[in-house]
Design a protein around this ligand. Structure first.
Ligand SMILES: NC(=O)c1ccc[n+]([C@@H]2O[C@H](COP(=O)([O-])OP(=O)(O)OC[C@H]3O[C@@H](n4cnc5c(N)ncnc54)[C@H](O)[C@@H]3O)[C@@H](O)[C@H]2O)c1
Ligand SMILES: O=C(O)[C@H](O)COP(=O)(O)O
Length: 525
């Protein structure tokens, strides 16, 4: 039974889902890193929010971990490259808390426009400072949205509902989408110079880190108010404080901070700053949504191999997972076969999906082929990092699909181009689920792959098969299956033999010494 650790505060609904799906779930929140490191090796899955830091060190200790599930959106607390390198799928729940977070941003907008928290504290203290708290209206003001994705676009819609003029800066926002939302797509400088209120909704990346710094603030209108419910690192806190102190910025509402948990911060105590402790996603509804979703996604992956909302792997629907299973086996064999025959640097990989397989989601098949292909050269390759390895090594990977019927009802052709030549291998499924190689180097063959194989190429001359059988027999190597193929009578021929044990080097030399043998290779699957 798979085991999952829930290491941040998730709705109890998650535990119930895991239980119902037959997965054991332990809840241990607030563990110091050393304690997490000590126990993580026991778990197949780790369910988190933003509190748990899934570092490379934690991942190195997570010897059984297959999936990290983030009940929420941001995965900046997960070392995704380290997880990818270890074959750990990282998934999030991209929509479950979007409305809630957008509503928090709107609440913060009102709070900073009308000094509501400050006025609340003052009134509770019996001060009745009616003339101190003079706010501004939102109506007819310009709202600048930086990052107009899921949350930013909900905030934009709400802003329009409040009769604000909304301008958005997002390099990935299309004009059509901007038009449909009713926002004006602008450049950053334009947004900074026009907005009365600025609200941030981008992920924290190298491009967005410190996007609001002294230089950006200098371009804003005097009296601008800033709301950040995205990530702390987007705003340079020292620069914001200076702009608040000078009176250039009239107020800021912050849900997120550079260092979290933020027990102290230079902006704390500032009379123009409204703060909440990363509450953007904290509603009953959102927490129920993300907990249910993450538990279902993680269970699907651990139990069926279905992949949803993964950051570092192609999606596989629950419906596709069982259909893909026999093809994954075939794809792995094709990749591994080609990889074991490759002796030079790979420049390009071309994969053609023909017949029935062309109707399936082929991304996971391509990843499986690449994993099999690279296994001979890269010890740490896995299904998750194989496409990354191809990119890093400048190996061009192309995929083609052709759903017309070919000689077989379904066929995968893998061609590998090295510095020397291009070699192809093809495979199909017999009986719908039994992988078979049906062509090697364009020579037809029908071969079942077993754990130990001997691959021999030779000139098609009489006497070869008998000598090969005798050589293996004399070495005490039992033949399980024997498959032959040839380009034409007397031409290039191939023998693919399944044997019951690994063929050692001494025996390989004897095989190579048989007349007309061109190449002999021991293979393992
Ligand atoms: N405070 C909270 O509790 C809370 C809750 C949920 C999400 N968040 C955070 O809110 C942010 C947005 O979440 P989302 O679900 O809307 O994400 P999203 O991916 O749907 O949207 C992000 C948008 O930012 C845009 N973007 C990326 N780089 C940009 C750049 N350099 N300049 C301008 N725009 C850029 C993208 O094109 C995208 O449209 C994330 O950082 C997320 O972690 C915070
Ligand atoms: O990225 C997110 O989903 C939010 O920042 C919410 O974080 P939390 O789950 O820790 O509240």
């Amino acid at each position: 039974m798979p085991k999952v650790l829930i290491s941040d505060k998730l709705s109890p609904a998650a535990v119930q889902i895991f239980k119902d799906r037959g997965i054991e779930a332990d809840v241990k929140t607030g563990l110091p890193p050393e304690e997490l490191k000590a126990i993580i090796g026991r778990y197949d899955g780790l369910a988190i929010r933003s509190n748990t830091k899934v570092t490379a060190e934690i991942l190195a200790a997570a010897t059984n971990l297959k999936v990290v599930g983030r009940a929420g959106i941001g995965v900046d607390n997960v070392d995704v490259p380290a997880a990818t390198a270890r074959g750990v799928v990282v998934m999030n729940t991209p929509y479950g808390n979007s409305i809630t977070t957008a509503e928090h941003a709107i609440a913060m907008l009102f709070a900073v426009a009308r000094d509501i928290p400050q006025a609340n504290a003052s009134t509770h203290a019996g001060k009745w400072e009616k003339s101190k708290f003079m706010g501004v209206e939102l109506t007819a003001k310009t709202l600048g949205v930086i990052g107009c994705g899921n949350i930013g676009s909900i905030v934009a819609e709400r802003g329009i509902g409040l009769k604000m003029k909304v301008v958005a800066y997002d390099p990935f926002l299309s004009q059509e989408r901007a038009k449909a939302l009713g926002v004006e797509k602008v450049e950053l400088d334009d947004l900074l110079s026009r907005a009365d209120f600025i609200t941030l909704h981008t992920p924290l990346t190298d491009a967005t880190r410190n996007i609001i710094d002294a230089g950006a603030l200098a371009k804003t209108r005097k009296g601008v108010r800033i709301v950040n419910c995205a990530r702390g690192g987007l705003v340079v806190e020292e620069d914001l404080k200076a702009a608040l102190d000078s009176g250039h910025v009239a107020g800021a509402a912050l849900d997120v901070f550079k260092e979290e948990p933020a027990r102290s911060n230079i902006l704390f105590g500032h009379e123009k700053v409204v703060c909440t402790p990363h509450l953007g996603a904290s509603t009953t509804e959102a927490q129920e949504n993300v907990a249910l979703q993450v538990a279902e996604q993680m269970s699907d992956y651990l139990l069926t191999g279905a992949v949803t909302n993964a950051i570092n792997m192609a999606s596989v629907s629950a419906e596709d997972a069982p259909k893909l299973k026999p093809y994954m086996a075939l794809a792995g064999q094709l990749g591994s076969f080609a990889g074991q025959l490759t002796e030079h640097g790979i420049k390009a990989v071309s994969i053609s999906y023909e017949g029935q397989v062309a109707d399936l989601n082929t991304k996971p098949l391509t990843a499986t082929i690449l994993e099999g292909l690279f296994k001979s050269f890269v010890e740490t390759v896995n299904l998750v990092n194989a496409p990354v390895i191809a990119r890093e090594r400048n190996i061009t990977v192309t995929e083609a699909r052709n759903d017309r019927s070919c000689d077989y009802h379904t066929l995968i052709r893998l061609s590998v181009t090295t510095e020397q030549h291009t070699r192809s291998v093809e495979g199909t499924l017999f009986g719908g689920d039994k992988p078979r190689l049906v062509s090697i180097k364009n020579i037809p063959i029908e071969a079942e792959v077993g754990p130990f194989m001997l691959y021999v190429t030779n000139a098609d001359k009489p006497g070869f098969i008998g000598r090969l059988g005798t050589t293996l027999g004399e070495a005490g190597v039992n033949i399980a299956t024997f498959h032959l193929g040839r380009a034409e009578a007397g031409g290039d021929a191939i023998a693919l033999i399944q044997v019951d044990q690994q063929v050692g080097n001494a025996l390989l030399e004897k095989v190579r010494a048989i007349p007309n043998v061109v190449q002999a290779k021991a293979m393992k699957f």
